[in-house]
Design a protein around this ligand. Structure first.
Ligand code: MN
Length: 257
């Protein structure tokens, strides 16, 4: 099996090595990742600048390239440079923080898996769900859980344009309660934009800051990791809301000419 590893934390991120350790037993590894941290870039791609690709910076198994671009760029470069004969599995992560609820839309980690999925490759995004800044990431928990579960996750029957978003609670492996199949929750950030002033008294704003997570509904990804479960969410790239579409179409037939 030809495995592509990518992330948005950069080629030097410990989470990428943890992912390699988890996937090594499945096949051959190639890591293609940004040359620096590019978190929260979403599904952006580089179009106006050249992509520089260098086989350096990777200390894990197999081969590794760094790219001066984003996770989407990395997946596409990898299809040319690392695995021109085709990729069987894209693993993106392990991110140094959760990708729950609407994070999915901002996340570069998830975008890496999305790009694999668009290219008809089995794709999985993995994140360590820490909630307190400075607390340990417990990548070893992520590695161990993936070592024990990747085999069936990779073989899961999924429809076209569906990939998996996995969040692993950042706790000791022995404390993990198991896994749950979940839906995207509605994680809400509060006080996201912070006002500050520079040495000349001019205002500026900084996005990020303190994350306040609201209690989320039953069956959601947020709820699962908060209760110590690994959350597995199938995500569809077909963003059409079928029920609304059906209702619009049935109403419009009455009025359309
Ligand atoms: Mn990240």
């Amino acid at each position: 099996m030809k495995i592509l590893l990518t992330n948005d934390d950069g080629i030097h991120a410990p989470g990428l090595l943890a992912l390699a350790e988890a996937a090594e037993h499945l096949g051959e590894i190639a890591a293609v990742a940004p040359d620096r941290e590019r978190s929260a870039c979403g599904h952006a791609m580089t179009m106006r600048d050249p992509l520089r690709v260098a086989e350096k910076g990777w200390t894990g198994p197999g081969r590794g390239w760094q790219v001066n671009g984003l996770p989407v760029d990395c997946v596409n470069v990898a299809r040319k440079v690392a695995w021109p004969e085709g990729i069987d599995l894209v693993l993106s992560g392990i991110n140094n923080g959760p990708n729950l609820g609407f994070d999915v839309t901002y996340s570069g980690t998830v975008a890496g898996a999305m790009e694999g999925c668009i290219n008809h490759i089995r794709s999985i995004a993995v994140s360590m769900a820490i909630f307190v800044d400075g607390s340990p990431y417990h990548y070893e928990t992520g590695t161990r859980w993936l070592q024990e579960n990747l085999d069936w996750l990779v073989r899961l029957e999924l429809p076209e344009l569906v990939f998996l978003n996995i969040n692993i609670p950042a706790i000791e492996f022995s404390e993990v309660q198991g896994h749950r199949f979940t839906r995207m929750g509605k994680r809400v950030y509060e006080d996201r934009v912070e006002y500050r002033s520079d040495p000349w008294g001019r205002p500026y704003y900084w996005q990020g800051g303190v994350v306040v997570m609201k209690t989320d509904e039953e069956g959601s990804d947020v709820r699962a990791v908060t209760e110590g479960f690994v959350s597995i969410t199938p995500i569809s790239l077909d963003w059409t809301h079928s029920a609304v579409l059906d209702s619009l179409q049935s109403r419009s037939t009455a009025h359309s000419r």
